[in-house]
Write a protein that binds this ligand. Structure first.
Ligand code: SF4
Length: 449
């Protein structure tokens, strides 16, 4: 592509941090070729939708956006529309049958072919073509040569893709493939590169980071963390997501031994009932999960623990649901994400019965969130009167007199500092916490490091 042929792209991203990172990869592949960000749908030559198939709602959002684009394309037939991500991988050519405004479909395994696919589509070839294969995707093709333009103070780096766990409700193993880890050298290089551009906190991403390197016989996840901990000018490390069955002692020790590793773990439990955990194919019991939580709290007494719950999984009785509520009360999570179960046609649980009535699912979700909101407030209240180390991310959007950042436990803190204070962006500062709110803490600057 010649440089005087700037193509303006809008990439609309749905779903989890993995998709956000994949969008970043697309930019890293496309920007050196002269592609630039379009200011809006109206000025875009190409619109790419990076889709999420994990829940019915996420899928509905994609199709409603596509409906809008179909209207746009009636007035601008030259507009190119592409679909990538998990729905692309899962539905392939049926997407084009359902929405003929789509010009091409790129599955998760073909992400790195995007530049050549776009070139062909732009030149009028291969319209309405589908690039979906099921081979183990190449990880890192050309990534080392693709520049990192900008980076936020807090950024993502994917360390592995795919999942081997086959939880009964989940589409990830089918749309993202088997687990595949990046070589640790590539990961370290990417983090160093991002740190040189201003990143100070990295979140290592994977569907199940605890099994990092196992299939390839590479270093363990805790050994990788120790390597990342040595990177100069990097201030903090986070990771997500951990599968409870694979959480081992080495990783728990890392919370006690690595000074840059934040005191926060997201440990999705999904249900507090052994009967439901078994049907979900989660491969741990409530008792085993609680034992790991106890060990974590012993190793790192200040650790924040967050989780995911699914309500209304097929066969969930009131007693099963009560087990989830009691688990939430026992663990005292700092916060959690909870979702109503929805059938995903390629996941085995879509064939599980009896289904739970929609109204019961809705009522249970409200009840569960209500129990958790009391936990969250209680956990936030404990911070009052303490000094917390906060990585500053900028001025508060709501109140520009205040700064904002996060504690090691991942709680948002808005705080005031003397007017004479220099720019605090990207610094670790100590903040004295005066007030706890439902979703954040408030305080004042007491010390800069
Ligand atoms: S661990 Fe289970 S829920 Fe998580 S991505 Fe793998 S299959 Fe899905």
């Amino acid at each position: 592509m010649s440089t005087n042929q700037t193509r303006h792209i809008l990439i609309q991203t749905y779903g989890c941090q993995m998709n956000v990172y994949d969008t970043e990869i697309m930019w890293r592949l496309l920007h050196p070729l002269g592609y630039r960000a379009a200011a809006s749908e109206k000025t875009a030559d190409i619109i790419l939708i990076n889709t999420c198939a994990i829940r019915e709602k996420a899928e509905q959002k994609v199709f409603s956006f596509l409906g809008r684009l179909a209207l746009l394309k009636q007035n601008r037939p030259q507009l190119i529309i592409g679909i990538c991500g998990c729905i692309a991988q899962n539905q392939g050519k049926t997407l084009i049958q359902r929405s003929p405004c789509i010009d091409f479909v790129v599955g998760t395994h073909a992400l790195f072919q995007l530049p050549s696919i776009l070139d062909r589509v732009w030149n009028g070839q291969h319209r309405q073509k589908v690039y979906v294969d099921f081979e183990d995707h190449l990880i890192d093709v050309d990534l080392d040569h693709s520049p990192i333009m900008n980076t936020d103070i807090s950024g993502f780096v994917t360390i592995m893709r795919g999942c081997n766990n086959y939880c009964a409700y989940c589409v990830v193993p089918y749309v993202r493939g088997r687990e595949m880890s990046r070589p640790s050298d590539n990961i370290i290089n990417e983090i160093k590169h991002k740190v040189s551009k201003g990143m100070r906190e990295v979140t290592l991403l994977g569907q199940n980071v605890n099994s990092y390197g196992k299939r390839e016989g590479m270093v363990s996840f805790s050994a990788l963390l120790a390597e990342v901990n040595e990177i100069k000018d990097l201030l903090r490390i986070r990771f997500t997501t951990s599968h409870p069955k694979d959480l081992d002692m080495d990783l728990m020790d890392a919370f006690a031994n690595l000074e840059k590793l934040c005191a926060h773990i997201h440990l999705p439990v999904q249900s507090g009932s052994d009967q439901i955990l078994k049907r979900m194919n989660r491969k741990y019991t409530r008792k085993e999960y609680l034992a790991k939580i106890d060990r974590l709290k012993n190793k790192c007494p200040d650790i924040s623990i967050t989780s995911d719950f699914i309500v209304g999984f097929p066969g969930e009785t009131r007693e099963d649901f009560d087990d989830s509520l009691s688990l939430i009360r026992d663990v005292e999570y700092d916060s959690l994400f909870a979702f109503q179960y929805s059938d995903r046609d390629i996941a085995p649980a879509s064939q599980f019965f009896p289904k739970v009535d929609d109204k019961i699912k809705r009522d249970r979700l409200i009840e569960l969130l209500d129990v958790q909101s009391k936990n969250t407030l209680k956990r936030n209240d404990r911070c009052i009167g303490q000094c917390h180390s906060v990585l500053v991310e900028g001025k508060s959007k709501r109140d520009t007199d205040q700064w904002t950042g996060r504690t090691s436990g991942n709680k948002i803190v808005n705080f005031i500092a003397p007017e004479t204070t220099n720019n605090l962006n990207a610094f670790l500062v100590d903040v004295f916490i005066e007030e706890a709110c439902a979703h954040s803490l408030r305080g004042y600057l007491c010390h800069m490091k």
